[in-house]
Design a protein around this ligand. Structure first.
Ligand code: PDD
Length: 279
């Protein structure tokens, strides 16, 4: 049995039900979080809860739970499901209301949390990526459940035998369809797109930037012309689910030498140590 949390109760995932009038179902109006679980512990929980808070205020909702309550809910789900490695998924919508574009005067948010188990990975993975036009709205800093543009772009990548679509807007890199993007130039400098409404403030991105300071190779946040990816030595994708991945082929071109991604290896190792999955 797999248990989830829905509006105050722990229930079997197969039995969890929400109304068809839920604004998350009708309008895709909801926000979400994905939090890594490593050795039965949530990773970077406070950063995820801070982002959740910001997203709730974007929606004009107050946080239904205190940080302490979130923390014990998450610990409960981990132990009730006996999950050692995986991800916690939180989704909050404005709840059920008669269909109307206007926000209801009073709302009772739907709060849903589930856990997915996955194997712990310690190897740095290499994947193929394509570039694509960023066709999303200009509110990408909000972690909204309205993800059709993202899922469409990820599926475009899949249809071309790639794992991710790296997006450009106005000739500049934004991010991946489901990841943040970093590049390492020929002279070893690490760059990533600056935080604005074109990208999600990724938690893994934030942790990589913090690590870069302590590792003495600070990441530069600046607008990156998409053409710079063609000459980069390394291209990284980062997210909560997989940590750091290297792009070995972008469109038709090999990235770097296609084999050794030394800077990524160092960051991948350091991130794994932070997560407690490498000594
Ligand atoms: N997505 N940008 C986008 C568009 C994303 O969907 C994600 C992650 C990220 C990286 O954010 P973080 O480091 O906080 O995971 C950046 C998650 C994993 C998802 O939708 O499942």
């Amino acid at each position: 049995m797999k248990e989830c949390y829905l509006n105050g109760d722990y229930v079997d995932l197969a039995d969890a039900k929400v109304s068809v009038l839920d604004r998350g179902f009708i309008f895709g109006e909801g926000i979400y979080e994905v939090i890594g679980v490593h050795s039965r512990k949530p990773f970077a929980l406070s950063l995820h809860l801070e982002r959740l808070d910001l997203n709730l205020s974007e929606m004009g909702l107050s946080n239904p739970l205190s940080s302490e309550a979130w923390s014990s809910l998450i610990s409960n789900l981990i132990s009730r499901n006996g999950c050692a490695f995986g991800t916690i998924y939180i989704q909050i919508t404005r709840g059920k209301a008669p269909r109307n574009h206007e926000f209801p005067k009073a709302s009772c948010p739907t709060v849903f949390v589930m856990i997915s188990e996955s194997a712990a990975k310690t190897e740095l993975e290499k994947v193929i990526a394509i570039t694509a036009e960023d066709e999303r709205w200009r509110g990408c800093h909000i972690k909204t459940t309205s993800l059709f543009a993202n899922t469409r772009l990820r599926n475009l990548a899949t249809s071309k035998g790639a794992a991710e679509a790296i997006l450009q807007y106005g000739g500049y890199l934004t991010e991946g369809a489901s990841s943040s993007v970093f590049i390492v130039s020929n002279d070893g400098v690490i760059y990533t797109s600056p935080l604005d409404s074109n990208i999600l403030p990724g938690i893994t991105r934030e942790i990589v930037i913090r690590l870069s300071v302590s590792m003495g190779v600070p990441v530069i946040e600046e607008k990156i012309e998409i053409s710079r990816l063609r000459t980069a030595n390394e291209i990284w994708l980062t997210n909560t689910s997989f940590g750091i991945r290297c792009v070995s082929r972008l469109d038709e071109g090999i990235v770097g030498d296609g084999q050794q991604y030394e800077v990524a290896q160092r960051f991948h190792k350091q991130l794994s140590i932070e997560k407690g999955i490498m000594p």
